[in-house]
Design a protein around this ligand. Structure first.
Ligand code: MG
Length: 162
């Protein structure tokens, strides 16, 4: 038995140049980070939504409410770890995840392998990261924020690889 899920997340850039920029569990040191209750890692948030959506576990806001004071500044890698724990507990394993990040900055290409490696380790299955630009269109095109779209395929943990 297989299930598919999709996730979308968007965060705007902070005006605070000291705010760290974290994408796919990797820290970028060129420019301000994204605004959010947690570390605002839009890539990991989209991946969490895709995986828990596939498992029928609702959405990221249900699992990790953005008014929960214990989650202020949370490391999204640990949120993904907790989401994986719940998905495994329900008897699912992830087959693969694919995501596309829409952004004007920073350049992902030099860090793509590192992001994929980190995410693959966190998910326990291949995660691919692609990037594209919004060609100047809309808020993302004006570099006001970053959008990420992810899809995840999951399967029953007790069945053969599909
Ligand atoms: Mg988010």
């Amino acid at each position: 038995m297989i299930r598919i899920g999709q996730g979308i997340d968007i965060h705007r850039f902070s005006d605070d140049p000291a705010r760290p920029l974290i994408l796919g569990g990797v820290r970028f040191d060129d420019g301000a980070g994204l605004v959010g209750h947690s570390d605002a890692d839009a890539v990991i948030h989209a991946i969490i939504d895709a995986i828990i959506g596939a498992a029928g576990l609702g959405d990221i806001g249900m699992l990790f409410p953005d008014d929960d004071p214990t989650l202020a500044g949370a490391d999204s890698s640990s949120l993904l770890g907790e989401a994986m724990r719940r998905v495994h507990e329900m008897g699912w394993k992830v087959s693969n995840v694919d995501c596309t990040v829409v952004l004007e900055r920073p350049k992902l290409a030099p860090r793509r392998a590192e992001m994929q490696e980190r995410l693959t380790e966190l998910v326990g299955a291949p995660v691919s990261v692609k990037a594209t630009r919004a060609e100047g269109l809309g808020a993302i095109g004006r570099a006001e924020g970053i959008l990420c779209v992810a899809v995840a395929l999951i399967q029953r943990a007790d069945e053969e690889e599909c």
